[in-house]
Design a protein around this ligand. Structure first.
Ligand code: MG
Length: 173
């Protein structure tokens, strides 16, 4: 297969793109099961029969969505390019310092939450503020000089929130 046809194959295959984004997240120190733990805490009060493996199933469903995959690819690429110093100023400094007034990291993450409607928005706002579990670790690691996790924390929070919303649509009510 030529390089072009391999690329076209990946672009059109959500399962292959899923594998790529899961690997990217792992490279950045995040496993899907850790995202599922946040989802579990968000949704356990509302769904009595909820288990962590049910949460992982919904997280896996979220990362099969094309919009979600595209947001992950975009955000994690910008984090990496920033770490490597390849972004032009003033964006480089805004991303490197996780500048509070930048705000596009949250906006990109909303593309993930958007897939599952309004419960996702509420949950995303909550985890963005509280930074539970792996999100706190990501935030702390991002403070190191050679690390940029500006997009990663929002992406992880948004996947957790979207999975919580997916569970709510299925079981709650
Ligand atoms: Mg951020």
């Amino acid at each position: 297969m030529s390089k072009e046809s391999i690329l076209e194959d990946v672009l059109l295959d959500d399962t292959k793109k899923r594998d790529i984004v899961v690997e990217l997240l792992e490279k950045r120190g995040v496993k899907l099961v850790e995202i599922a733990e946040i989802t579990y805490d968000l949704q356990k009060p509302y769904v009595k029969q909820l288990t962590k493996s049910m949460c992982l199933e919904h997280v896996e469903r979220v990362v099969m969505k094309r919009e979600v995959q595209n947001a992950i690819l975009t955000g994690l690429e910008l984090d990496r390019l920033t770490e490597e110093g390849h972004v032009s100023e003033p964006l480089q400094t805004m991303l490197k310092d996780d500048w509070g007034l930048y705000g596009i990291d949250e906006v990109l993450a909303l593309a993930i939450v958007n897939v599952y409607g309004s419960i996702g928005f509420t949950n995303f706002g909550y985890v963005d503020k509280v930074k539970p579990k792996i999100m706190q670790t990501i935030d702390d690691l991002g403070k190191a000089d050679d690390v940029c996790n500006t997009f990663l924390d929002d992406i992880v929070g948004a996947i957790a929130a979207a999975a919580a919303s997916s569970i709510a649509h299925r079981y709650a009510g």
